[in-house]
Design a protein around this ligand. Structure first.
Ligand code: NAD
Ligand code: GLY
Length: 380
């Protein structure tokens, strides 16, 4: 990681032959977007895609920055939230993009959280059979995970992110200042993805999180930046080694997701449970399952549950859904798991672990143990 002397931003490289790109992390980057992007643009024309919450907060500053760099900007705003990743919404966006008469040298800029990044990234992958795009992630989750690595996509009635493309951005600009306007709950959801990297294969980083997680969440700028940098370094390393998830390496980034997706599906991918919250609860369950299978020390599973719970993530099923106490059902959760993209030939896939930082992919979990774990989690 290099730190340019003239700014406080640091740069991490995602090393992909011919398609590598930088992730810039630091304060004030929205105001430098024009200057930093200009050398990468095929032509000085961008279309900014944002959502109705983020556009009023940061759209004008981003446009002014492009304007200053001599880049012509138009913008499109979509409703905030997961509904913008539906097929219909995607179709409307494609037509709105075409209304602006882009050409193959036009670059799309995704200004927003993971929803906008996934949506605009997929639009870029298919608009005129592919135009460049830049990610300007504005949630913690997007800065540490979704804006990096080129997974783009939309949802279908069969499940989330089932239509999409691996399509890498040309640049990621993670402006750490924008996290100041992010609601606390969204920040916390993104923090689950930060802790995830420690749990996957960086045990020292998880120990750092245990010590510093509260400071990251309460706004300590240096610690927040360090957490984002470490997360992006981890993600860049994994993506460079297994861009298209052809070995099981990139699949490790799905720690907690088999459980998490089932919980999200059951709660309707709505406000009762945010994606990052589902990942947090799912990681606690993946460690519990590993401990139950005799793979992982029970103490490690306890540490995970304790830390995620201590920062305020909902790790117990009964704490999900606020006042609308949910009737969880193990069979329904297992049914949802069958739709997971990692499942192969009907076998459920889990990221299990031999301890903190020692994860691996397993398709050998017997359903009785799984059901027992779910029943206990529901009863707890
Ligand atoms: P999001 O994009 O819905 O953003 C959460 C909310 O915060 C939205 O209401 C948004 O308008 C608001 N917001 C965003 N930035 C803000 C800011 N700076 N200040 C105030 N409000 C702000 O949600 P998310 O958690 O960022 O992303 C979730 C999505 O990411 C899901 O669709 C998930 O599938 C996807 N995802 C993709 C990947 C990937 O690798 N592509 C990885 C993880 C998650
Ligand atoms: N968020 C999982 C991945 O990028 O592979």
């Amino acid at each position: 990681m290099s730190t340019p002397a003239s700014t406080k931003a640091s740069t991490i490289r995602v090393d992909l032959a011919g398609r590598g790109y930088d992730i810039a992390i630091g304060p004030g980057l929205i105001d430098r977007a024009g200057e930093l992007s200009r050398p990468l643009l095929a032509a000085p024309r961008v279309i900014v895609v944002s959502d109705q919450t983020v556009a009023p907060l940061y759209g004008a500053r981003l446009a002014a920055s492009f304007d200053k760099a001599g880049v012509r900007t138009t913008s499109i705003t979509v409703p905030a939230g997961e509904s913008s990743k539906e097929f219909g919404a995607f179709g409307r966006l494609m037509n709105e993009l075409l209304d602006r008469r882009p050409d193959r040298k036009t670059t799309l800029v995704a200004l927003g959280g993971g929803v906008v990044g996934d949506l605009a990234g997929f639009a870029a992958a298919v608009l005129l059979r592919g135009v460049d795009f830049i990610q300007v992630p504005t949630t913690l989750l997007a800065q540490v995970d979704s804006s990096v690595g080129g997974k783009t996509g939309i949802n279908t009635r069969h499940g989330k992110n089932l239509v999409g493309a691996f399509y890498q951005p040309r640049l990621v600009l993670a402006d750490t200042d924008v996290l100041d306007t992010l609601p606390k709950r969204e920040l916390l959801a993104g923090y689950a993805e930060v802790a995830k990297y420690g749990l996957i294969d960086m045990p020292e980083f998880f120990a750092w999180c245990e010590k510093n997680g509260a400071a990251v969440l309460s706004g300590d700028a240096a610690k927040r930046t360090y957490a984002i940098e470490q997360s992006c370094l981890a993600k860049a390393r994994i993506v460079a080694a297994d861009e298209r998830e052809t070995t099981d390496l990139r699949a490790l980034l799905n720690l907690g997701h088999t459980f998490g997706h089932a919980l999200e599906a059951e709660t309707g991918f709505g406000p009762d449970l945010l994606h990052g919250e589902a990942v947090g609860a799912g990681m606690a369950m993946a460690f519990d399952l590993s401990a139950r299978l005799g793979l992982c020390p029970a103490d490690d599973a306890l540490r995970v549950r304790r830390h995620l719970g201590a920062v305020g993530l909902p790790v117990r099923l009964r704490s999900i859904g606020g006042d609308n106490r949910r009737q969880w059902d193990a069979n329904r959760l297992i049914d949802h798991m069958r739709g997971d993209k990692k499942a192969e030939g009907g076998k459920l896939a889990f990221i299990l672990t031999r301890g903190i930082g020692k994860t691996f992919v397993s398709r050998e979990v017997d359903e009785r143990t799984l059901r027992g774990l779910l029943d206990d989690a529901i009863a707890a």
